[in-house]
Design a protein around this ligand. Sequence first.
Ligand code: RP5
Length: 165
Amino acid sequence: MSKKIAVIMGSDSDLPIAEQAIAIFREFGIDYEAHVYSAHRTPEVATAFARSAFANGFGVIICAAGMSAHLAGVIAANTTLPVIGIPIKSTLEGFDALLSTVMMPPGVPVATVGINGGKNAALLAIQILAVSDDELASYLETYKFKMEADVLAKDKAIAEKLKEM
Ligand code: RP5
């Protein structure tokens, strides 16, 4: 059985972006847990979660946080699991959160996706699990084929539209 994926939000105001990830987990039938834990407001709970995540059956932890976003870094400091950070756009167009999440000191990596990149965070987490799960890898292949078909259908539709102009 595949490992679980955790989605931790620094605040409930980050939920709309976390939901992008959750929608992908539902589409792929992935077992996930979502929590609101903050590096600043609940540092002990966030740390305890990270320290027990491997033993509790998680394979990847996604952290969504805005402003001075230390959540992904604090979680990564307390686990050997891969941690994916989603910088949330709130103040300063999200650059504050982007830099806080991505600029980790050597030794403690956080794989950072784009600002508000909930969907890519979920897909990257699934790709990590798929390295040792053939069924998941084949779902990902189907996902990519569908994406390609959707773009080619758009290409055809645009060509038809331009012909009529
Ligand atoms: C961060 O501060 C949270 O991740 C959120 O993006 C931001 C604002 O938090 P709230 O004031 O909405 O709770 O810690």
